[in-house]
Design a protein around this ligand. Structure first.
Ligand SMILES: Cc1cc2nc3c(=O)[nH]c(=O)nc-3n(C[C@H](O)[C@H](O)[C@H](O)COP(=O)(O)O)c2cc1C
Length: 192
């Protein structure tokens, strides 16, 4: 089984989503046989934004880099994603990654009956954190957005681990992280 681990927090060692995504991956490593983990740090090694240069395909290096990102996603059985809330949405570095993996004809296509996801059969586990309390609120543009994007690509097996209220107080922060760590999804309950 191939697991792709992505982080996008800018907060380094203080990051909540890095702690949570790391714990999720460690759990997989402890439970899943023959697990191959690939790691991509979108903060330390950011992808360039999608541009006319990218779409034009004239820059060979740019094209090859984009293809490598897409192929790494296509190869993965499980994607563990550290996705903090920044300004109510995901970090722009993570959006740049999504722009590389949502590719017409590769991970989705339009048909006469509507759009069709082509990346079926994968499992996605999202570790998210926010300074305030946004779960289920109109102010949350992280979880609904990520569910929409991965659903559009054909991925329906999505778990979300949330730590909300990180900025409210040190006590809130500690409790939210502890609660999230207590409720990590089971690695083998769905896709073995
Ligand atoms: C640039 C930036 C923007 C943020 N924007 C929001 C926000 O819009 N709403 C919110 O509740 N918290 C916001 N926060 C707080 C983060 O969501 C919180 O610190 C969370 O722990 C981030 O995950 P991380 O620790 O993995 O980076 C922001 C933090 C940063 C650094």
């Amino acid at each position: 089984m191939k697991l792709l681990h992505l982080d996008s927090s800018v907060l380094g060692g203080h990051s909540v989503t890095r702690e949570l995504s790391g714990a999720i991956v460690a759990r997989w490593q402890a439970r899943a046989r023959d697990l191959a983990v690939q790691y991509r740090d979108l903060d330390r090694e950011p992808l360039t934004h999608l541009s006319s240069q990218t779409l034009g395909g004239r820059d060979e290096l740019e094209r090859a880099r984009g293809e490598a990102v897409l192929q790494q996603f296509l190869d993965a059985d499980v994607i563990v994603l550290g996705a903090p809330m920044y300004n109510f949405g995901i970090p722009s570095s993570l959006k740049a990654w999504i722009d590389r993996v949502a590719v017409n004809g590769r991970t989705f296509r339009y048909t006469a009956h509507g759009p069709e996801g082509l990346a079926r059969g994968k499992r996605v586990v999202i570790a998210t954190a926010a300074g305030g309390l946004h779960a289920g609120q109109p102010s949350d543009f992280v979880e609904p957005y990520l569910r929409q994007v991965f659903g559009f690509l054909g991925i329906t097996d999505i778990d979300v681990v949330r730590a909300d209220g990180i900025g409210l107080s040190p006590e809130h922060r500690a409790a939210a992280i502890a609660n999230a760590l207590e409720h990590l999804p089971e690695p083998l309950s769905k896709a073995a």
